[in-house]
Design a protein around this ligand. Structure first.
Ligand SMILES: CC(C)(COP(=O)(O)OP(=O)(O)OC[C@H]1O[C@@H](n2cnc3c(N)ncnc32)[C@H](O)[C@@H]1OP(=O)(O)O)[C@@H](O)C(=O)NCCC(=O)NCCS
Length: 229
């Protein structure tokens, strides 16, 4: 994540996560929490054992009537984010997800949000992102047999020992969703059969007093996409 995702991901650059090491740590905490759903993946180089690429999948359950109506990312933002960049990133995800409106659009009560796909620069363009995305969809489909890679807080190591256990989600996802923010992931999404639902321009996003397109260049977009599984 530190080497493969944060320095080059459009949303991290747009919201200056890449400039704030404490914001990066908050983002990693979100990834650690998402990994507890047991659907996240790493690609490991077999010769060196080095992690070459990562992707995190978070199950999102439809809030039940009368509940707080807050999503995992909203709760994470309120309870654990302190840095302006990470807060802006959480708002960005929540706002885009709300516009895509996966629950009502597809009439589902649980979906798997695929997030933070990153390949280290030296391992790029070898098909790892596509392989991880395809495998993410496959393991989401198999969730009814249980999590693909069950994890506990203890498995995350001492750095995350402070995290509180949460009630595991047992509902199988009926949809995979993603926010594609690079040409490569849009290509992968198309080839895996994802439907592009909404296109968001970074020109309209203001952070730290400037349009994010100032940091990314003009015309960069992020696309909300989904695949029924
Ligand atoms: C986006 C990213 C994950 C792609 O990883 P990767 O392992 O190099 O991707 P793959 O090798 O699986 O390539 C997937 C497809 O994208 C294409 N592609 C890869 N890099 C590309 C680039 N820079 N420009 C255009 N197309 C590209 C590949 O040719 C392939 O297309 P094909 O299936 O038609 O052959 C990687 O560049 C990265 O980590 N970027 C920074 C973080 C980021 O932006 N993550 C995405 C957030 S949604």
């Amino acid at each position: 994540m530190r080497e493969g995702f944060v320095p080059n991901a459009a949303t991290c650059i747009a919201l200056e996560v890449d400039k704030d090491p404490l914001a990066v740590e908050e983002l990693l905490e979100l990834c650690a929490d998402a990994a507890l759903d047991g659907l996240s993946l790493v690609a490991v180089a077999t010769d060196t054992g080095e992690v070459a690429a990562t992707v995190f999948s978070k199950l999102q359950e439809k809030p039940t009537p009368g509940s707080t109506e807050k999503t995992f990312v909203e709760i994470f933002n309120e309870e654990r984010c302190k840095r302006p960049s990470t807060k802006a990133m959480m708002d960005f995800i929540v706002d885009r997800d709300a516009k895509c409106n996966y629950f009502d659009r597809y009439d589902v009560d649980c979906f798997c949000e695929i997030m933070f796909l990153g390949t280290k620069p030296e391992h790029r363009q070898k098909g790892l992102a596509k392989l991880l995305l395809k495998t993410s969809v496959d393991v989401a489909k198999k969730f009814k047999e249980g999590p693909f890679a069950p994890l506990t807080i203890a498995d995350l190591g001492p750095e995350y020992a402070f995290m509180k256990p949460r009630k595991p989600i047992t509902k199988p996802p009926q949809l995979c969703s993603a926010l594609w923010s690079s040409v490569a992931t849009k290509k992968c999404g198309d080839s895996l059969g994802f439907t592009a639902l909404e296109v968001f321009s970074y020109d309209d996003l203001i952070y730290n007093g400037r349009p994010c397109s100032d940091r990314l260049g003009p015309g960069v977009t992020c696309e909300g996409a989904a695949l029924k599984i």
